[in-house]
Ligand binder design. Structure first.
Ligand code: IPM
Ligand code: MG
Length: 359
């Protein structure tokens, strides 16, 4: 058996625990089939941690993550905590864990499954061949700049500051160039350099680093134009690299191209192999506890973990193949079903995928 990898498991809120349970079954199946070994430790995080521990990110959960080789996260948040003060919001825990674990790079692939094209709101001919990755800077920019309120001449003012230093830009941009190298060798750097100083530093840095990657074709796209081009010519993008807030917005847009946010996985990485893996979708409180959530995004996040953190390419491929096989056979959860009356539940979908995993 290969060395045992420690996985920190955080189910979180809403449908989080339901989809994570299926992803764990998938990991256990790869132990049987490929001889890998995993040890799972569970921790509280998000709304449930606020309820039980009085903080969205308890110290013991953070320590558990730091001692692990990778983190598998479900989702956090829900209406119950929406009107809480900032320190007692699940989102604050999410930002805190990213920062504390040094996860500066968020990788969100958006690829269109052929058999699900009809689920998108875009015309199939526009989507044809769409397979892109948004590489989002995750621990800088306006999310983490100084924030405060003050009394101005015309009443109360609120201030959010956006700061980027050249090192923060350089490390994410290098990572994006490296990823582009392993794919179609096209990188779109997205900024607002016609207005923002942080974007001008971003663009200068990208141009300087591009000299080290002459084999990668680079384009600079202004963020407003990028939002438009994503709908107009999604297939022409390969890797998109951008700052924290632009990446937040564009990755949701890119996700919707595929018509099925329930299918999309993501990785958050730092300098080394360690990573946090989670579905792009949220905690979906409206369908929590009903056993109808789509577990595929979380299962595909395991495939990403195998590839990016462990280098278990055989098992990653087996998982992706199993998902495709089950979808090609016509099985659908409610979110991606055309005929909702034939939809299957979370556990049934998980089982079908587990059973389709083989060497
Ligand atoms: C995301 C989410 C988070 C973000 C929220 C929940 C804080 O939208 O992961 O994209 O804005 O980063
Ligand atoms: Mg978001």
């Amino acid at each position: 058996m290969a060395d045992v990898k420690k996985i920190a498991v955080i189910g979180g809120d809403g449908i989080g625990p339901e989809v994570v349970a299926e992803a764990i079954k998938v990991m256990k199946k790869t132990e049987e089939v490929f001889g890998y070994g995993f040890e799972f430790e569970h921790g509280l995080f998000g709304g449930i941690a606020i309820d039980e521990k009085g903080t969205p990110l308890p110290e013991e959960t953070l320590q558990m993550c730091k001692k692990s080789d990778a983190v598998l996260l479900g989702a956090v948040g829900g209406p119950k905590w929406d009107s809480n003060p900032k320190e007692l919001r699940p989102e604050t825990g999410l930002l805190g864990i990213r920062k504390a674990l040094g996860l500066f790079s968020n990788i969100r692939p958006a690829n269109v499954f052929d058999c699900l094209k009809e689920a998108s709101t875009l015309k199939p001919e526009v989507l044809e061949g769409t397979d892109l990755i948004v590489v989002r800077e995750l621990t800088g920019g306006i999310y983490f700049g100084e924030k405060f309120r003050r009394e101005g001449e015309n009443g109360q003012e609120a201030v959010d500051t956006c700061v980027y230093n050249v090192n923060e830009i350089e490390r994410i941009v290098r990572q994006a160039f490296e990823i582009a190298r392993t794919r179609s060798k096209r990188l779109a750097s997205v900024d607002k350099a016609n207005v923002l100083e942080t974007s001008r530093l971003w663009r200068e840095t990208v141009i300087r680093i591009a000299a080290d990657y002459p084999d990668v074709e680079l384009e600079h796209v202004l963020v407003d134009n990028c939002a438009m081009q994503l709908l107009r010519r999604p297939a022409s993008f390969d890797v998109i690299v951008t700052e924290n807030m632009f990446g937040d917005i564009l990755s949701d847009e890119a996700a919707m191209l595929t018509g099925s946010i329930g299918m999309l996985s993501s990785a958050s990485l730092g300098e080394g192999a360690f990573g946090l893996y989670e579905p792009v979708h949220g905690s979906a409180p409206d369908i929590a506890g009903q056993g109808i959530a789509n577990p595929i995004a979380t299962i595909l996040s395991v495939a990403l973990m195998f590839r990016l953190t462990f280098g278990y390419h055989d098992a990653a491929e087996a998982i992706e193949r199993a998902v495709k096989e089950v979808l090609d056979a016509g099985h659908r959860t409610g979110d991606i079903a055309v005929d909702k009356s034939k939809a299957i539940g979370t556990v049934a979908m998980g089982e079908l995928i587990v059973n389709a995993i083989r060497k």
